[in-house]
Design a protein around this ligand. Sequence first.
Ligand SMILES: Nc1nc2c(c(=O)[nH]1)N[C@H]1C(S)=C(S)[C@@H](COP(=O)(O)OP(=O)(O)OC[C@H]3O[C@@H](n4cnc5c(=O)[nH]c(N)nc54)[C@H](O)[C@@H]3O)O[C@H]1N2
Ligand SMILES: Nc1nc2c(c(=O)[nH]1)N[C@H]1C(S)=C(S)[C@@H](COP(=O)(O)OP(=O)(O)OC[C@H]3O[C@@H](n4cnc5c(=O)[nH]c(N)nc54)[C@H](O)[C@@H]3O)O[C@H]1N2
Ligand code: SF4
Ligand SMILES: [Mo]
Length: 876
Amino acid sequence: MGAPTRTTCPYCGVGCGVSALPDGKGGAAIIGDKAHPANKGKLCSKGSALGETLSLDDRLLRPQVCGQDSGWDEALQLVADKFRTTAAEYGPDAVAFYVSGQLLTEDYYVANKLMKGYIGSGNIDTNSRLCMASSVAGHRRAFGTDTVPGLYDDIELADTVVLVGSNLAWCHPVLYQRLAAAKSARPEMRVVTVDPRRTATSDLSDLHLALRPGSDVALFNALLTRIVDEDALDHAFLGAHVEGFVAALAAARADDPEATGLSAEEIDAFCRLWMRREKVVTIYSQGVNQSSQGSDKVNAILNCHLATGRIGKPGMGPFSVTGQPNAMGGREVGGLANMLACHLDIENATHRTAVHEFWDSPVIADKPGLKAVDMFKAVGEGRIKALWIIHTNPAVSMPDADAVRDAIASCDFVVVSDVTGRTDTARLAHVLLPATAWGEKDGTVTNSERCISRQRAFLPAPGEARADWDILAEVARRMGHVAAFDYANPAEIFREYAALSGVAGKFGRDFDISALADCSDADYDALEPFHWPRSGTRSGGRFFGDGRFFTSDGRGRMLAVSTQAPVARPSADWPLVLNTGRLRDQWHTMTRSAKSPRLNAHMAEPYLEIHPVDAALAGLSPASLARVESPVGAAILRVLVSDKVQQGQVFAPMHWTGETASAGRIDALVPAVTDPVSGQPESKAATCRVTAFAAGAYGFALSLEEPVPDAPYWAKARARGGWRCELAWETAPQDWTEAARALFGLSPDAEPLVVADPARGLHRLAFLQDGRLAAALFVARDPVAVSRQHLIGLLGAEDALGVLAGQPGADRPDPGATICACFDVGVNTIRAAISAQNLTSVEAIGQALRAGTNCGSCKPELKALLEAAAPRLAAE
Ligand SMILES: Nc1nc2c(c(=O)[nH]1)N[C@H]1C(S)=C(S)[C@@H](COP(=O)(O)OP(=O)(O)OC[C@H]3O[C@@H](n4cnc5c(=O)[nH]c(N)nc54)[C@H](O)[C@@H]3O)O[C@H]1N2
Ligand SMILES: Nc1nc2c(c(=O)[nH]1)N[C@H]1C(S)=C(S)[C@@H](COP(=O)(O)OP(=O)(O)OC[C@H]3O[C@@H](n4cnc5c(=O)[nH]c(N)nc54)[C@H](O)[C@@H]3O)O[C@H]1N2
Ligand code: SF4
Ligand SMILES: [Mo]
């Protein structure tokens, strides 16, 4: 064991510092880095579980061409030849890269340089189009640059924090914890959440506004109107530094606050909390961005901050929180099809010439390329004939995902760079290239507050895996661009990038880190987290508080924006609005987070959150299965009846894939509707209908080896020591022993222990191998009621004879679904302790059970359990 390596978490845009100590067996102990400004030592459940995701199972370890292992030489030559000949024959716009906000800046820089400067097309877009594009567009319209004004410290300094379309507790958990701690230190602080559904985040808020989906513009227009009517304007700031006030106000006045569906009292309370306290931070995320009017939503928020001068000053400002660890870095480096690099504009001839000259490249893209949705349409129509997908899984995460999957499948030549071959997208590749993963690679990322941090390797590259920048550079060299892509290491790329940012700085662009253009390899290795800019003249800090913007005249812009209804409206055929989003313990398409059994124990299945009235109307009982259909696709999901969603709305997580469930890819249902300005898809407002999935039999299975289910409904996940799987059949199989053998891949002579009551449709089968429990299947006509965590604990055990009881004996209580992932504390354990020990606070639960005392991600859920128990305690 050596010294710990300081690196950065590869998940969300909070960008927490991590300290990793390799265990010498391929794993590592992970703790928070106390010296990192983003987290000061804290980590959330996902960050804390990083050590469990490092194993090599599932990893892609060598290149594959058409499903066969191949050498790098053959694979890279094929990629280079295909991209070169396709661009030569059909023009540069016949090829495309689709990349990711999880790429490191150095990887991104090389991909962008190759496409825009050497292939000569703008056709490089990124999954940040699905994520941050509306914020980028809103920032650029208002500020003349895509820049987040403030710092995380502002959240702690604010008197009012408004969270719009952000489930911070689950999606930016360490930031949420900073907010929660600030609120408990200063109880006068007020938190408002604006979200059609109640979430773990809204549990913290003093005011929750369950507005109608898509109606945020009307809410902020109502606020702007009130700001003017009560003269809460900052006249000096407005007069000296802002254009567009009159038109913006006229549009705001013409808008109808009733579009929000909120009462006049609610809007009034919101306006008062916003206007009467000077220090206001408005945090926003995908409930704003992922909308057919996402850019207008962003500008409606920015308008209020500009009108009151509450921007770029301590404790004040609009704050778009980025999703991916390097979403911000990708925006800086020009990863979007309509940007160049270092905040330079592709449509500005002077900027183009400068970049062209800096790269000394043969060509330079002279127009924006296709944005993600249009890019995959062009792939489907055969206009793009060679596509390279890097570090993203569009067959799952793009809207109209079945059409995207079919488009990729129909493309002449598809290259996928990934760390695993087991993704819905990788399965469609002609060439599959093994990339090094987090912990094995080196580079930089930028978080939500413009802080650039190093990701550092602490494990060797496994098999033949290579870094993304290295793969890209080698393809570029094989395409003939030897000198321009002759990089020895990421430090060299970083220096070139920093030097280019100096060119941008000379044009007056804000993204300038040219002070690092001469850093040595050793300096780069030792680089401490820092906030950009870092030029000769400026270092870190906030933007725009001084009234200096990056528009042509240096003034900020208020925009005239008016509410428009979401494009898909409920109708008799499609009566429900489908909202989608994230869970606390999974990361996107689950290729990494689902390697951790404890993260899977939080929510092990794809589900549909539905209001009790809608559930009753559709004949859905709790824990049954629903068939969810939209005009473009369908899914089968577990029913979670809850009044956290409003009537007429349903919510489903985005995480499940063709690898983890039979019919859980939620983007199959989301039509490809986009914001006209940003091109960002409306991922939160599809329409759908819900019917009962008529299950003749439900099953729950567990096994040491991965099961291979063949049923209309299944969802599988790694569990401690093995696997768990939920199943359902419309018609029950004739022979359960045979069905179980097929599911578990067992030979025909494997004989189960069986308990059955065929008249009631009950069947329980357990397979022992060498006296140990190897697999078990529980079948019932209703959703299977067994103690799942208890049964999983018996996998591989010798004393497993009691397994067929399905429940623990009185001496071994069932912990229930995991709430605290760090200490593995289940919901039943917590409920029992609350009631037996009369616990009344989250801290008391922590003292009794340790739950919530490490990462703290489960604190909102602990609070909810306390609240649920409170009336009972009071009655006792
Ligand atoms: N655990 C976890 N954390 C993550 C990720 C993950 O996969 N897992 N992914 C990261 C990434 S890339 C991103 S982009 C972020 C996303 O972070 P968030 O944006 O916070 O997460 P979401 O769950 O997508 O959506 C946020 C909320 O928007 C609400 N919403 C829906 N429609 C509307 C509307 O019309 N108006 C308003 N005001 N709200 C609405 C939804 O109900 C939802 O609660 O999370 C990052 N963090
Ligand atoms: N319905 C709906 N759809 C959504 C959203 C939503 O809220 N609702 N959110 C959207 C948003 S905000 C986002 S950001 C996207 C995210 O969607 P995706 O980007 O498609 O999701 P990920 O699972 O993060 O995909 C990352 C891929 O990169 C691979 N990978 C991991 N490490 C490396 C590496 O070092 N190198 C390479 N080459 N590959 C690696 C992983 O195995 C995985 O296959 O989803 C979008 N789609
Ligand atoms: S909040 Fe959690 S997921 Fe996000 S960077 Fe920090 S540890 Fe990673
Ligand atoms: Mo995202």
